[in-house]
Design a protein around this ligand. Sequence first.
Ligand SMILES: [Zn+2]
Length: 120
Amino acid sequence: MKTLFPILSALLFAGCTTTPEASRALYARHRASEASGVCHVHQVAMTRKTVPIQYGLPSEIESAHANDARMKRFPFTCRSPLGGCVIEPDAPKTAEVSVCPECVGAEQRWVMSHPDRTSE
Ligand SMILES: [Zn+2]
């Protein structure tokens, strides 16, 4: 499972920043928060939770704007990681994610103010 996280994170972060350097910096902050157990956005302790991995084509594709907001303003919301379209027989069914209570609240507020997250 620990080897799966970097792959899933890379998929999650793909396309949400403008440069490879920015993407690497965002990924580094995310990994540091995972390691410390403290959300780098809200500076609060996080909990760990096991969630299902979502395989296949997502039913809803968020806009780049929504994805960018998610990664920069509320990165630890207990969201199921995307496992990709190819489902291997031995593919893991679940992943452990970090959950920040402030991120969860920020996401809820953002969703309420952006009802159509699939457009810019
Ligand atoms: Zn947070």
